[in-house]
Design a protein around this ligand. Structure first.
Ligand SMILES: *Cc1c(COP(=O)(O)O)cnc(C)c1O
Length: 354
């Protein structure tokens, strides 16, 4: 397949690097590619960022047959641009595609196209501390049709957004509330995919948590409402008796790239790790006995997000002394040092762009 590039003649002014926020600004160009049953994926192109014209009956708008990914490009001190494990995101995109009856993409081609798009937009990769270029690959069903079936046609697009530092005020723990009123996903469902509806399903619980003064919810499993699954839209990890413990991938948990990286790093430091079922009762018991020393979330946006306070039913516990723990801090520092090229990359996680 031949990638074509059409450059924009009207470049936007660049936003202030010290005030980027998240997902607000978009670059001058985007990647688009279409799927048709007779042509397969075809017409891959980089072109000016522009709105879509869509028939109101477009399937994704009605039945949510759409998937996405989230990853970042980082600018190193030497001015180079690099990606962190992008192959894992493209592989996961294909896994999500499989579960939503969306045709598979060529992962190697998609990576080449992504790198070319970033090269076209290299001036948009910010260099202020902690900033990055957020990348949003997305595939949506495009048949204009209201019957319930898998679409026959699709659009794959990639948009880019320069984003600010996640921790402008320092690496501070958040307050989390366990919800028993709502579940995010169930085994056999789509919880292990990055699909649109999962985020719609999480909104009301998130709003209730905000109203109660919490940053996010901790999700329990959808069947027994007993086992810990995720925190907000991050994976969750615990340090119990010096072991890094995280819920095993059971079909309703999103297999995070950050989660996998954190487990690999902890192992490489000689720490014990365990992927298993962990009940919310065990978490509270481990806190009482003093064995639980840290809780943190993991995800591309924050890398590591320490949990300082956890509320479940009538009980609230404080983890550590409300400060980030040593394991969370070391994982965060090591991950961002690798991502920004300040540390060696012994695992081969970095993919250079230019
Ligand atoms: C994206 C996501 C994560 C984190 O995945 P990363 O690959 O580490 O960014 C965790 N949970 C949910 C529900 C997600 O959508």
């Amino acid at each position: 397949m031949q990638l074509t590039t059409t450059l924009s003649t009207q470049l936007k002014p660049k936003p202030d690097e010290n005030n980027l926020g998240f997902g607000i600004h978009f670059t001058d160009h985007m990647f688009n590619m279409d799927y048709h049953p007779e042509k397969g994926w075809h017409n891959p192109r980089i072109e000016p960022y522009a709105p879509f014209v869509m028939d109101p009956s477009t399937m994704v708008l009605h039945y949510g047959q759409g998937i996405f990914e989230g990853l970042k490009a980082y600018r190193t001190a030497r001015g180079k641009i690099q990606l962190f494990r992008p192959q894992n995101n493209l592989k996961r995109l294909n896994y999500s595609a499989h579960k939503l009856c969306i045709p598979q993409i060529d992962e190697a081609f998609a990576l080449q196209a992504l790198k070319e798009l970033i090269r076209v937009e290299k001036k948009w990769v910010p260099s202020a501390p902690g900033t990055s270029l957020y990348i949003r690959p997305t595939i949506v069903a495009t048949d204009p049709f209201l019957g319930v079936r898998a679409s026959h046609t699709y659009r794959f697009f990639i948009i880019l957004s320069p984003v600010g530092a996640y921790y402008p005020e320092g690496f501070n723990p958040v307050k989390i509330m366990v919800t028993r009123d709502y579940v995010r996903a169930v085994r056999g469902g789509l919880g292990d995919t990055k699909t649109l509806g999962n985020y719609a399903a999480s909104l009301l619980a998130g709003e209730k948590a905000h109203e109660a003064g919490y940053t996010q919810v901790l999700w329990l499993d959808g069947i027994e409402q007993k086992y810990v699954e995720e925190v907000g839209s991050m994976n969750i990890l615990f340090v119990i008796d010096n072991q890094v413990v995280t819920p095993m991938l059971n079909g309703s948990i999103l297999p995070g790239v950050t989660r996998a990286s954190v487990l690999a790093l902890a192992k490489s430091w000689g720490m014990s790790t365990s992927e298993r079922r962990i009940s919310i009762d065990e978490v509270f018991a481990a806190h009482k006995s003093g064995a639980l020393t840290e809780i943190f979330g993991s995800g591309t946006a924050a890398v590591i997000s320490p949990v300082g306070e956890l509320k479940y039913e009538q009980e609230t516990i404080t983890i550590g002394n409300g400060k980030a723990g040593p394991v969370a801090q070391r994982l965060f520092d090591t991950m961002v040092d690798i991502q920004y090229g300040r540390a060696e990359d012994p695992m081969g996680w970095i993919e250079p762009v230019d």
